[in-house]
Structure formats: structure tokens, C-alpha cells
Design a protein around this ligand. Structure first.
Ligand SMILES: Nc1ncnc2c1ncn2[C@@H]1O[C@H](COP(=O)(O)OP(=O)(O)O)[C@@H](O)[C@H]1O
Ligand SMILES: [Mg+2]
Length: 221
């Protein structure tokens, strides 16, 4: 089966003052549909950069980065920002490390946001059901600043999955949670990802999270 995510010979770096610092050199990665991959490595090794490349928020400096869904290829390295944004809205759900919920929207409105962007309000019943599964049924009217860290992360998961994207990216999703909440959030993320059969690329420092993945990609420095 062809890969859902494919990077070939990818290079990516950043200008650090006058100096260009390489983060990826001739980097290859292929992720199969439905695969759960943990991206590990020390701080600064490029975990977030990799997720942001796959999301089309960043562009490769060289090489190929292809997403594939429904028999269609989306070669992100050839697309401009607007086209990458369109691909991201439809194909990608992103769970950010610091939740990135919209502070002026309540829980339900945050989760509806990707549905509105994708014109997929037909998925609202499933999104509501997922919020209930995530233990948030009685928090739908709450605003992000009224929620605990664990609750915010569960809302972020519900939002990332609302449009049922084939690719879910999670950047240290338990990095700001205590052990109990981490395990609960991971349980919920895993069970939803497995139920939907989507790819999960999860950047993490947690051994416990890495052990749950089908495969670990270790980034060096
Ligand atoms: N927007 C940026 N501008 C300049 N340097 C960046 C930028 N994003 C990341 N970097 C650098 O790229 C390297 C990898 O960063 P990052 O992907 O955030 O690592 P990780 O998520 O593994 O901690 C670091 O050296 C970081 O300073
Ligand atoms: Mg990071």
C-alpha cells in the first residue's frame, strides 16, 4: 500500500542570525495508512519542525513531501501556502502542545470550527458524541480559560478529530499534563485514532507514549 505520508531526501533548516542551521538533511520517512508513529528525540532535534512540514505550515528547502489520501497525491513541496492550507484543513488534524484553543469560543464552538471550515456540519453529531466519550458532555458551554489542562487537551483532541481527517499530528500532547491526565488523554487519543483508522504522528518525550506507538522514529541532534 502506498504511504499516507512520504518524505524523500528532505532538507530543512532555519536562518539563525547569519548562519543557516540544518535540522533535516536527506531525511526519509514513510508512514502507512493507519500507522501510529512516535517521533522522539531531544529538544531542538526537529520534532515540531517535522510535524509542521507534514501540516504544510512549513515548507521543505529540498526534497519531496507527499500526502496521499483516497488515491490522490498531495505533493506539498510543489504547493503554495494557500493550496497547502486547503490540504491541511481537509486532511490534517493538529493537536498542539499548548492546546491553541480559540479563547473567545466555547468548547462546542471550538470543536465546530473545523467543521465550518470544511463545510462538514454533517459530522456534528459524531463530534458531540466524541466530546461525550472524552468526558466533556457537561462542559460544552465552558470557555477554554474555565477548563483544566487535561480538559483543554481533550477539547483539542475533539477539535483535531472533528472533521475525521486521515492524518492526525500531535505535538507533545501530554507534555503539560500530570501522569494521571497524560495516561487518560493518551488512552482517549489512541482509541479515537484507532476507531477512525487515521495516521497518528505524535511527537513525545514520554516513554509511555512511545511504547504505545507501532513504531518510533528517533531524531538526532
Ligand atoms: N521558526 C524557526 N526559526 C528559526 N529556527 C527554528 C524555527 N523553528 C525551529 N527552529 C530551530 O530548529 C531546530 C528544531 O526545532 P524544533 O523542531 O522545535 O525541535 P523540537 O520540537 O524537537 O524541540 C531548533 O534548533 C530550533 O531552534
Ligand atoms: Mg517541539
Amino acid at each position: 500500500m502506498s504511504a499516507a505520508i512520504s518524505l524523500k531526501g528532505v532538507s530543512k533548516g532555519f536562518l539563525d542570525g547569519e548562519r543557516y542551521r540544518e535540522v533535516f538533511v536527506d531525511f526519509d520517512l514513510a508512514v502507512a495508512p493507519g500507522e501510529i508513529v512516535a517521533v522522539c528525540g531531544p529538544s531542538g532535534s526537529g520534532k515540531s519542525t517535522l510535524l509542521n512540514l507534514v501540516a504544510g505550515l512549513l515548507v521543505v528547502d529540498g526534497g519531496l513531501l507527499n500526502l496521499r489520501h483516497g488515491g490522490v497525491d498531495y505533493p506539498l513541496h510543489t504547493l503554495d501556502e494557500a493550496a497547502r492550507g486547503a490540504v491541511r484543513r481537509r486532511l490534517v488534524g493538529y493537536v498542539f502542545q499548548f492546546f491553541n484553543l480559540i479563547p473567545t469560543l466555547n468548547v462546542l464552538e471550538n470543536v465546530r470550527f473545523p467543521l465550518a471550515l470544511n463545510d462538514r456540519d454533517d459530522l456534528l453529531p459524531q463530534a458531540r458524541e466524541r466530546l461525550a466519550t472524552l468526558g466533556l458532555a457537561d462542559r460544552l458551554d465552558a470557555f477554554p480559560d474555565q477548563l483544566s489542562g487535561g480538559e483543554r487537551q481533550r477539547v483539542a483532541i475533539a477539535r483535531a478529530l472533528a472533521h475525521e481527517p486521515p492524518i492526525v499530528l500531535a505535538d507533545e500532547p501530554t507534555g503539560n499534563l500530570d501522569a494521571g491526565n497524560s495516561e487518560q488523554v493518551a488512552d482517549m487519543l489512541w482509541s479515537e485514532v484507532e476507531r477512525l483508522g487515521c495516521v497518528l504522528l505524535v511527537a513525545t518525550h514520554s516513554e509511555a507514549i512511545a511504547e504505545r506507538a507501532h513504531r518510533v522514529v528517533e531524531l538526532g541532534r
